[in-house]
Design a protein. Structure first.
Length: 117
């Protein structure tokens, strides 16, 4: 297994499960990693949360949930799931803000791991 994948695995991500979804094609998986941490959707989520726009925040968070789940980025996925569940109930509270901060902190860790390759 490539060094990058090992680092992601050691960080608590489900790389083995993700690779199963990618037919064990680690090159394809690695090529798609940058899209999982791409700026735009995170900025859109941040903006919609800041504006209190539950509908848009839910759509952004839900899109992230699918992508993060498929990529096996477990910590980010878990934080995002909690955001999605709250937004589904029409709630933007301190819990959502805390989980958004956790999501973004883990995103920075993933960005760092990817940049080390």
């Amino acid at each position: 297994m490539e060094e990058l994948l090992i680092k992601l695995l050691k960080n608590g991500n489900d790389i083995e499960g993700a690779l199963k979804r990618f037919s064990q094609d680690s090159d394809l998986y690695i090529s798609l990693l940058p899209y999982a941490i791409e700026e735009k959707i995170y900025k859109n989520l941040d903006q919609s949360l800041s504006e209190g726009n539950i509908k848009d925040a839910y759509e952004n968070a839900h899109s992230l949930k699918g992508m993060l789940g498929n990529m096996g980025l477990t910590k980010m996925y878990n934080s995002d799931c909690l955001i999605v569940e709250a937004l589904k109930k029409g709630i933007i509270d301190d819990g959502v803000k805390k989980n958004y901060q956790l999501l973004m902190a883990e995103r920075e860790i993933i960005k760092e791991i990817i940049s080390e390759k």
